[in-house]
Design a protein around this ligand. Structure first.
Ligand SMILES: [Zn+2]
Ligand SMILES: [Zn+2]
Length: 325
């Protein structure tokens, strides 16, 4: 799937956005926001917290334009930034709006980007700065993301979750005295990650505003190796139209391959790069062992399995709350 302006003829838009801004009554905001999304027939995942909002949604162009206009008209969201991509279909199956303590689970909830964070760099500024002397580029994303693609020469952390970042404080301390440029998918993790680096005593901290996605749109994705992992049905998108390359290898045969699947064993469900031929041999599983597991799901050639519903119904809480008020 390509990320480019050339695909504007496609009928659907995919919006990626976040905004750190105080939201006084997150639950109330959630109810209204959910109804608004249903009204627009948007699908996706939105997280609302007292510290702000974070979402990815897909919808018709008209609906997405109305959605963007809604935020632009509200002064609380003055610095919101939308990354816009295009698609032939919805990229989510339903709409899910939740209230959580943080808009990205970071493990450093006491750090507020509303107070202090790294200096924002536009994609062009990031491109100019990243190869200069005494500059370090730091990927703040997780293993399954940077294994699929990352900036050339970037430092990565061996983390399964963003919240594990503080476990690598010692490694990060060694970046003192350097100019540190952080990046992530859409910019949101960097708001806290760069604030955290400042807390660690690293003084010269910058962040790629709008993340890899915006860098792909505005700077051609230059020097981004491999694909960018995304959190919707597309799984991965191409961002580099300048000097693209393949970074990830098949988990099994080690040949260059960037097709991501989930292990066909439901209990394993590991997310990994697996080529077509190895997947055929292993019945879509990550290993011999998993290919013989009791809960092996039928492999249909895609490696995507419908998530078992956890009973979440976006309207349940709303109806109850309405009758109480
Ligand atoms: Zn293979
Ligand atoms: Zn497995």
């Amino acid at each position: 799937m390509k990320l480019s302006q050339a695909s504007e003829s496609e009928k659907f838009m995919v919006l990626l956005y976040y905004c750190y801004t105080p939201i006084a009554e997150p639950e109330k905001f959630r109810e209204e926001h959910l109804l608004f999304c249903i009204d627009l027939n948007l699908r996706g995942r939105i997280i609302i917290a007292a510290e702000g909002i974070n979402g990815t949604v897909s919808g018709s162009k008209e609906a997405c334009e109305r959605y963007i206009a809604f935020f632009k008209a509200d002064t609380r969201f003055g610095n919101i930034d939308f990354k816009i991509d295009y698609s032939e279909t919805h990229t989510f199956r339903k709409i899910n709006v939740r209230v959580k303590p943080e808009i990205v689970h970071s493990g450093f909830a006491n750090i507020s980007p509303n107070k202090r964070t790294g200096k924002h760099l536009s994609p062009k500024e990031f491109k100019e700065l990243k190869d200069q002397d005494n500059v370090v580029v730091l990927d703040v994303r997780s293993n399954y993301e940077h294994q699929l693609g990352k900036f050339k020469n970037a430092i990565t952390l061996p983390i399964e979750n963003f919240r594990d970042m503080p476990a690598h404080a010692d490694t990060l301390q060694q970046l003192k005295g350097k100019k540190v440029l952080t990046y992530c998918t859409g910019g949101i993790k960097c708001e806290k990650a760069s604030a955290y680096l400042l807390e660690l005593g690293i003084e010269d901290v910058y962040q790629l505003h709008g993340g890899i996605i915006k860098y792909g749109i505005e700077a051609g994705g230059e020097d981004f190796e491999g694909q960018c992992y995304v959190f919707d049905d597309r799984v991965a998108v191409e961002v580099n139209t300048v000097n693209p390359s393949i970074l990830s290898r098949c988990h099994h045969c080690q040949q260059p391959n960037q097709r991501m699947v989930n292990c066909a064993s439901a209990s394993c469900n590991k997310h990994l790069a697996l080529c077509h031929s190895c997947a055929e041999v292993l019945a879509g599983a990550c290993s011999e062992t998993c290919s013989h597991s009791q809960d092996l799901r039928p492999y249909d050639g895609t490696g995507n399995y419908a998530r078992v519903s956890n009973g979440y119904n976006p309207l349940v809480g709303w109806k109850k709350d309405k009758t109480n008020s």
